[in-house]
Design a protein around this ligand. Structure first.
Ligand SMILES: [Zn+2]
Length: 242
């Protein structure tokens, strides 16, 4: 889908600002949406709906389980995790993959920190595998990949920065991330691809907090490659206390 171009008059003068960032972004009206509930039973602590292209964060207490619902299907939920009481300890891709000896995130994967400690564990997963290699999109990488005309389209990095600012995080706190529901296959020769997703409306992943954690999510705004099926859609974030 070509990014929606909206024109906003900002003053009473003739100055016009043209932006490709949809205002109050909505998904395609013919999208199939499935708002599935939590994967694990328990008392509902939090139940949020995240608009397409928007960001979200919450502290998940030790023992509580976060279910992320891919409401519209094939929607990448880019995710960073920090120790809630000392954000210098944060999610680490190499620690997570090296400890488990596998390139994919599946049920049972322990999401480890830069100190090797367990932050969260995947306790439910309704797609074959989850990605943590593909990284996050940004205005800069979009411009390099797709051309200068997409420079006004915000990416996950910008979502991480704006959401993180609400939690006392800055640019030095951004690290490599998880991509829930994104399909990045590792081919026989080691090559990576970002291809059509294997998720569907209502598919879920559930992660249990092993300590108090701050979870920051970018509902990926990318519209220039298939990672969101060219149609960013909502997410549902549900925290339960089992
Ligand atoms: Zn993105």
């Amino acid at each position: 889908m070509t990014p929606t171009t909206q024109t906003t008059q900002t003053t009473q003068t003739t100055q016009m600002v043209t932006s490709s960032v949809p205002v109050g972004a909505t998904c395609s009206p013919d999208s199939t949406l499935d708002w599935s509930g939590p994967m694990l039973a328990g008392a509902i602590v939090l139940d949020d709906r995240v608009a397409p292209c928007a960001s979200w964060s919450a502290v998940v207490r030790a023992g509580d389980v976060l279910t992320i619902v891919d409401v519209g299907g094939n929607q990448s939920a880019d995710c960073l995790i920090y120790h809630a009481h000392d954000t210098r300890e944060r999610y680490s891709v190499p620690d997570t993959l090296a400890w488990q000896g596998n390139a994919y995130v599946r049920t049972g994967t322990v999401l480890r920190s830069n100190l090797g400690g367990p932050l969260m564990t995947v306790v439910g997963n309704e797609i074959d595998r989850q990605d943590t290699i593909g990284g996050a999109c940004s205005k800069e990488s979009n411009t390099l990949r797709y051309g200068h005309h997409v420079m006004f389209h915000h990416g996950c990095r910008e979502n991480f920065l704006s959401e993180g600012a609400r939690r006392g995080l800055g640019v030095r706190d951004l690290v490599s991330n998880l991509n829930w529901f994104m399909n990045v296959p590792v081919e026989d020769d080691g090559a990576l691809g970002i291809v059509d997703g294997m998720s569907a409306p209502g598919r879920r992943v559930a992660v249990r907090a092993e300590t108090d954690v701050l979870v920051v999510v970018s509902n990926c705004p990318q519209m220039n490659n298939p990672c969101n099926d060219f149609n960013p859609t909502p997410l549902r974030m549900i925290v339960v206390s089992p």
